[in-house]
Design a protein around this ligand. Structure first.
Ligand SMILES: CC(C)(COP(=O)(O)OP(=O)(O)OC[C@H]1O[C@@H](n2cnc3c(N)ncnc32)[C@H](O)[C@@H]1OP(=O)(O)O)[C@@H](O)C(=O)NCCC(=O)NCCS
Length: 227
């Protein structure tokens, strides 16, 4: 796996870009993740306030800093407006594999934007990051997601029963996998644009650094940042 964590690039597909988040994306993040239709099979409850969207952006930056997850915003190229998100997580350097997760704001469904974004992310994952295998965990009732994965060549590999419990409701998982050797990249037109350097340690938020220390965690509890 060849990840340059300091320079996660922007990737252009035909109509959408995969790009780093900006603080100004908070409203768009809220619009996506507060929508019960988007969150129906997500494994988390919908956001209930703008604070949740801001926390999402902080977490995405922290996951990158901790080298846990590569997450991009999906932006329309015509106006750079954030319409969705896409992430590689559960990164496994030894097995050269990762899981992929994605969501699109409801107003943008049915236009092929996610197919484009996924083709770009998969192409980048297999070619540039040298993944051998990419996995996806899908609720069996999430028909549009299953159609999309199968259209891209993912194979259904198994069912894990009642794997999740979300708001008191159990959810099964269908496990899908795509191998590099099976990946048909003919439809994957994408262009990697140089990465934005991630913030230097000194620029990482005071709050994030504080939370990393034991004293900081105690202080955070006192300040009501942690429960
Ligand atoms: C899953 C999800 C991303 C699918 O979005 P989507 O818009 O249906 O996906 P696509 O980008 O593949 O769009 C495909 C549809 O656009 C249509 N389309 C229009 N123009 C197109 C184009 N230029 N290229 C391809 N498809 C196009 C296709 O006909 C297709 O319609 P169909 O599904 O009726 O056959 C979306 O429903 C979502 O965000 N759900 C909530 C979050 C979620 O569940 N994520 C998955 C968790 S693993």
């Amino acid at each position: 796996m060849k990840i340059d964590w300091e320079n996660i690039p922007t990737i252009h597909a035909k109509r959408v870009s995969l790009r780093q988040f900006a603080a100004s994306d908070a409203d768009a993040v809220y619009e996506i993740y507060a929508d019960p239709a988007v969150m129906r099979y997500w494994g988390d409850s919908p956001l209930v306030n703008q604070r949740g969207a801001k926390d999402f952006l902080v977490e995405a930056r922290e996951d990158l800093r901790r080298r846990q997850c590569i997450q991009w915003g999906i932006a329309r190229r015509s106006d750079n407006r954030l319409i969705g998100t896409i992430a590689f997580f559960k990164l496994d350097a030894l097995a050269r594999k990762a899981e992929i997760g994605f969501a699109l704001g409801r107003n943008h469904w049915g236009m092929g934007y996610m197919q484009e974004a996924l083709q770009a992310a998969l192409g980048y994952g297999f070619s540039e990051l040298d993944f051998r295998r990419i996995e996806a965990d899908v609720d069996p009732r999430n028909v549009s997601c299953i159609k999309l994965l199968e259209r891209l060549g993912f194979e259904k590999e198994g069912c894990l029963r009642e794997r999740w419990l979300v708001d008191g409701e159990t959810q099964d998982s269908l496990f899908y996998g795509l191998l590099k050797k099976e990946w048909n990249n003919t439809g994957a037109g994408y262009q990697v644009v140089s990465g934005l350097p991630r913030p230097k340690p000194a620029a990482i938020s005071f709050r994030a650094r504080l939370m990393d220390s034991r004293l900081g965690r105690w202080a955070a509890v006192m300040l009501g940042w942690l429960h």
